[in-house]
Design a protein around this ligand. Structure first.
Ligand code: NAI
Ligand code: MG
Length: 497
């Protein structure tokens, strides 16, 4: 594939990428020729358009991915890894360009979010690139006259369906391990954010053989649904809503193919009376992902603060969020950008209005709306902290996926643990305390896939990540995810008698 010069003009880049899939190493329009518009959430203007894929495009991509998979799987695993790591280095060289396009396309601020995510994209490829020779099997003591071994083999073609909130990182966590394990991939991007991942795919295709990494854009049921339903797809890995996760799983279960699901969350933060208040406040600001407009499955959106610290915590938290600057995502001064789409904007505002209407609930609307006239039609929502909100109302129980945190006061440890676990979700949780015993006890008893004490780190390439209950099925990231989710085990017995 041709090397395109790096450009820091995201508008020019969006124009060049518009209307294309990436199939078999080439940029191609949809077979139907159809496209759809992509919104710049910060201005309300159309910033580009994407190829509108359907079942025919899925067929074309599948033919390429199936053909490429044979040679790809025959390549020594370590060599595959070297190529995936080389993708990572090339993505790192182009990170600024990718980050600027991401800021334009998704409304995520360049300094606080988009640049960070572009770095993580490259890092995930470099990490998995080093794991090619870790695709080891076992020898099994079975019978002295027989040699019994297991081997890890690729599944075939993996379908990866990704959302718009952290599309680069989530794409990387799916496809890098899948490819190192010898699979080829077809990614279906989210309709709100197809171009940034397409630029990443273009760079990846400068390194990998054609057909190993294919990317389609299109709508959920018409394109994603057809990928899941395709008779030749060997596995689906999905991140998105619980509702769509169920649909995907139903189709996959009829076909008896494996799925990995990373779904929603309503993650609790437990702040004990002996917690370091300033650290907990900083943890709430980062954990709630206010810089990402709260659009995170891991967002610490239920914050339980011990009565002794509650008022001081609320004062410090609201002061910290109030200082954050909301504005043009491409401006270096901006902390908080815009909400991705009119649908999400409406959904988030509905939850805020609902919370506000509950008697006794206090609503803290923070930061300020941008004043730049260019942004007057942008999808900006002031961050909201609700206090004294009842635990059983929808804003306190349901995933809002917006900059809205609920703070609850508590006095009884057993009650607060039960409240934290009383959720359909179980993705992440954090505990804030200076007492080791409390930390150990709470981490053991919290029903979540990712639990941290006195910190709120984001997903790391080498740590298993995923949810309990409705938050998902299986785990992503880490060596184990590559072995468990992108290979199948073969047992081989040599009878030497
Ligand atoms: P969604 O689950 O509908 O979309 C995620 C991906 O699935 C997109 O690529 C979409 O095109 C695809 N998709 C949709 N319908 C499909 C189908 N029938 N078959 C195959 N693929 C399909 O999520 P959406 O509409 O973007 O957001 C709705 C809510 O979901 C958000 O408000 C949020 O609460 C949650 N969400 C959670 C995410 C997470 O990180 N766990 C990411 C995005 C959304
Ligand atoms: Mg949807």
């Amino acid at each position: 594939m041709d090397t395109q010069p790096q450009t820091h003009d995201p508008y020019a880049l969006a124009a060049r990428l518009s209307g294309q899939h990436l199939i078999d190493g080439r940029m191609v329009p949809a077979v139907s020729g159809a496209t759809f518009d992509i919104l710049d959430p910060a201005t309300g203007q159309i910033m580009g358009h994407a190829a509108k894929g359907d079942g025919t495009d899925v067929d074309v991509a599948m033919t390429a991915a199936l053909r490429a998979q044979k040679d790809w799987a025959r390549m020594p695993a370590r060599k595959r890894g070297e190529l995936v790591a080389a993708c990572g280095r090339k993505l790192a060289e182009n990170a600024e360009e990718i980050a600027r396009l991401m800021a334009l396309e998704t409304g995520k601020a360049l300094r606080t979010e988009s640049r960070v995510e572009a770095g993580v994209l490259a890092d995930v490829f470099v990490f998995y690139g080093g794991l090619g020779s870790e695709l080891k099997g076992e020898t099994v003591p079975f019978n002295p006259d027989m040699l019994t071994v297991t081997m890890r083999e690729p599944i075939g073609v993996v379908g990866a369906i990704i959302p718009w909130n952290v599309p680069l990182m989530l794409m990387a966590l799916k496809i890098a391990p899948a490819m190192v394990a010898g699979n080829t991939v077809i990614v279906k991007s989210a309709e709100e954010a197809p171009l940034t991942v397409l630029r990443a795919a273009e760079i990846i295709n400068q390194v990998l053989p054609p057909g190993v990494m294919n990317l389609l854009s299109g709508f959920g049921p018409d394109c994603g649904g057809r990928l899941v339903a395709h008779p030749k797809v060997g596995k689906i890995t999905f991140t998105g809503s619980v509702e769509t996760g169920r649909i995907v799983t139903r189709t996959a279960s009829d076909k008896l193919i494996p799925v990995t699901l990373e779904l929603g969350g309503k993650s609790p933060m437990l702040i004990m009376a002996d917690a370091d208040l300033d650290r907990a406040v900083a943890g709430a600001v980062s954990g709630m992902r206010f810089t990402r407009q709260g659009q995170s499955c891991t967002a610490s959106s239920r914050i339980y603060v011990h009565e002794d610290l509650h008022d001081a915590f609320v004062e410090k938290l609201t002061a910290a969020v109030d200082k954050m600057v909301m504005g043009d995502p491409l401006d270096e001064a901006t902390d908080i950008g815009a909400i991705i789409s009119p649908e999400q904007f409406t959904k988030v505002n509905r939850y805020i209005e609902l919370g506000e209407s509950i008697p006794g609930t206090r609503t803290h609307r923070l930061s300020r709306m941008p004043t730049d006239p260019r942004l007057k039609d942008g999808l900006f929502v002031q961050p909201v902290v609700f206090t004294d909100i009842p635990a059983d109302c929808p804003p306190a129980r349901e995933e809002i996926f917006g900059p809205v945190a609920c703070v609850f006061r508590w006095t009884d440890y057993e009650e607060v643990l039960a409240a934290a676990n009383n959720s359909e979700y179980g993705l992440a949780a954090t505990v804030w305390t200076s007492n080791l015993h409390t930390a150990l006890d709470a981490t053991r008893r919290l029903d979540a896939g990712f639990v941290q004490v006195n910190q709120n780190l984001v997903v790391q390439a080498n740590l298993s990540y995923g949810g309990n209950k409705s938050s998902g099925l299986g785990r992503e990231a880490s060596l184990e995810a590559m072995l468990e989710h992108f290979t199948q085990k073969k047992t081989i017995i040599f009878n030497m008698t």
